[in-house]
Design a protein around this ligand. Structure first.
Ligand SMILES: [Zn+2]
Length: 233
């Protein structure tokens, strides 16, 4: 299986560069004063929610959720995801840390919540190659960890990568992709070949800088690899 292209993180947005240290100092002082993170007013905690941070994360992930690769922002509000959960005392210090911020759909964000496995931490799409840790079963359309326990398993479990909606979505993509690939293989009609090629290209829109841009592209990529190797159909 070919490697996925990791997401490349751009430089720190100006607001964080300028204020992150001060915001963190203020937050830690406030936690100290009131006794717990939970009691601290929201205004101290959500300062990372700046327009330039949102724009940089959205661009970085090509408008997709960092975990499930669904498009976010068209029908739901995307969330700034703290990979190291901000509510855990050990990770308060990473709340305004650019390297801890990601872009997630509300479902993945809510499913993950403050879960953290210190032995097998959830994958970081800007530092890890997801395909080194989990794969897709193109028959069931479910994500499967390469090892269990392991970091792929943690990722699948914490955000529920095999929830009904995602599996259904992958199955729909599978139908289209297989139809295109079979069509390309069997058709001799130039117009039909062009149409199949265009459809496949849309499924696999490649973004050189940010890796694969289309929704669920890791799954599509694997479907195509498996098809080429003759292990599907
Ligand atoms: Zn998601």
């Amino acid at each position: 299986m070919k490697k996925m292209i990791k997401v490349k993180r751009p430089s720190v947005p100006a607001s964080l560069q300028q204020y992150a240290d001060q915001w963190l100092a203020d937050l830690l002082a406030k936690i100290n004063e009131v006794g717990s993170y939970k009691e601290v007013a929201a205004t101290y905690k959500f300062k990372y929610n700046q327009p330039d941070v949102q724009a940089a994360l959205e661009r970085m992930y090509g408008g997709k959720c960092c975990f499930c690769e669904s498009s976010v922002g068209e029908t739901e509000y995307p969330a700034i995801e703290h990979r190291k959960p901000k509510s855990l005392p050990a990770f308060h210090k990473y709340i305004f840390d650019w390297n801890n911020l990601h872009w997630a759909c509300p479902r993945c964000n809510t499913n993950k919540g403050s879960k953290w496995d210190p032995n097998y931490p959830i994958l970081d799409p800007t530092a890890d190659e997801p395909s080194d840790y989990f794969t897709f079963n193109v028959e069931t359309c479910e994500a499967e960890p390469l090892t269990s326990p392991g970091r792929g398993k943690t990722t699948i479990d914490h955000v529920k990568l095999n929830r009904d909606g995602l599996v259904k979505f992958r199955k729909r993509i599978r139908t289209t992709a297989l139809e295109c690939m079979l069509g390309l293989e069997q058709s001799s009609d130039t117009n039909a070949i062009q149409r199949f090629k265009k459809l496949l290209e849309d499924l696999l829109k490649v973004d050189i800088e940010h890796g694969f841009k289309a929704e669920h592209s890791m799954f599509v990529k694997q479907l195509i690899d498996d098809f080429e190797q003759g292990s599907v159909l």
